[in-house]
Unconditional design. Structure first.
Length: 387
């Protein structure tokens, strides 16, 4: 029987008691935000961080803020923060290891995924309700795919890095003593390989951003290399993702690094009605930062992107002189004409995508035509110097 229902409205979660039909603002007195107010989405209701689930008999609901889990009574009378991720900027999220689970059992320990939003470290913790979360695995790598055996206290997870092919580890409930049980791609050690590095930079507005920098295979210190910049919103969280070279993966990181390039993926924070200008404002200081590190030949920096990344690449080619070359795949180059188009697969008009989606234009074309023009690559093509 469903006792409670929950919904999001006006930056708060609300509950409805299905028996009494009483409506309660569940989160108004809790000293945190359960919606991402830092999001650069232009929608009025910013996205919520999400719901872990209900406990037995709908006695409480477990919600996420930016870093932590909160257990809250459905009438809003009690709220308790279960984790302490904010102190180190580590995101904690509940893992549903039993696919048949209907509610969160607070009498049993729960497993949580961990991710450092600035450090890019990851791992797992175990939470015993009523006690602090215990960190079990915490590495400067990508730790993923925690799973539990159906009828035994046996657990598995994988570890990978850009230069470390994913491998599976198996252990008991404590995870710490897990043993490596696979050795994928052992021949990789026979080849030159790159590595990844986190780069910090700031925009002129003072915004702190990051980028994932991947070194060319066989990197020689002191030598300056060409660099390719690949763009698509925010990509720095992929710092530790393994990449096997592939001719069928058009924007494969390792394919670039194996050809002797640095590959750089800087993050972009978009301002409303200024998607093109935001790209220039974020990518220019990011490239300058890498050049200042003495790794890259500033005369040999190229940019590539596809779809929304193609928009980025074409706008940079027409509105900056940072790049020696630009490649734009399936690019949106004209926001004015794009406003009248329909999506190629669904047939749905692109207006929602333009006003409240990735393009973040907020207003329709006729309310702010100058913004559409100044953020379109095509209207400055006469000044383009980037091939």
């Amino acid at each position: 029987m469903i006792r409670q229902m929950i919904y999001l409205q006006d930056d708060h979660y609300w509950t409805v008691n299905t028996a009494t039909r009483a409506v309660v603002n569940l989160t108004q007195s809790v000293q945190t935000s359960f919606v991402d107010r830092e999001s650069d989405a232009t929608i009025k209701q910013k996205p919520a961080f999400g719901i872990a689930g209900w406990t037995k008999n709908d006695e409480s609901v477990i919600l996420y803020d930016k870093f932590d889990l909160w257990q809250i009574a459905p009438d809003g009378s009690r709220a308790k923060r279960l984790t302490d991720g904010a102190a180190e900027q580590v995101r904690h999220r509940y893992l549903r290891l039993n696919p048949d689970e209907e509610w969160i059992d607070t009498d049993k320990p729960a497993y949580l995924s961990l991710f450092g939003v600035w450090s890019k470290k990851s791992g797992y913790a175990r939470l015993r309700f009523g006690a602090s979360a215990e960190r079990l695995v915490w590495l400067d790598k990508s730790v993923l795919r925690l799973a539990k055996a159906k009828d035994a206290e046996a657990y598995s997870y994988s570890i990978e890095d850009f230069d470390d092919s994913p491998d599976v580890f198996v252990g008991d409930a404590g995870l710490k003593e897990a043993k490596q049980v696979t050795k994928t791609n052992p021949f990789q050690s026979n080849y030159a390989w790159g590595r990844s590095e986190l780069v910090e930079y700031k925009t002129e507005r003072g915004e702190r951003l990051q980028g994932a920098l991947f070194y060319p295979a066989g990197y020689e210190p002191g030598r300056k290399y060409p660099m390719v910049v690949y763009l698509y919103e925010r990509l720095s969280d992929g710092l530790h993702r393994h990449s096997a070279p592939s001719e069928r993966d058009y924007y494969n990181v390792a394919a670039f690094t194996q050809q002797g390039y640095f590959l750089f993926q800087p993050d972009i924070r978009f301002q409303p009605r200024e998607p093109g200008r935001s790209v220039v404002a974020c990518v220019t200081p990011a490239v300058n930062k890498v050049v200042e590190m003495g790794l890259v030949d500033a005369r040999k920096v190229g940019v590539v992107g596809h779809s929304w990344g193609g928009f980025d690449a074409s706008y940079l080619a027409t509105h900056s002189e940072v790049f020696a070359a630009a490649v734009a795949g399936a690019a949106i180059t004209n926001l004015v004409s794009n406003y009248g188009s329909h999506h190629f697969s669904s047939g749905i008009a692109e207006t929602d995508h333009i006003e409240t989606g990735q393009q973040r234009m907020e207003a329709p074309l006729w309310e702010d035509l100058p913004a559409y023009i100044r953020n379109s690559a095509v209207y400055n093509v006469q000044n383009m110097k980037t091939p």
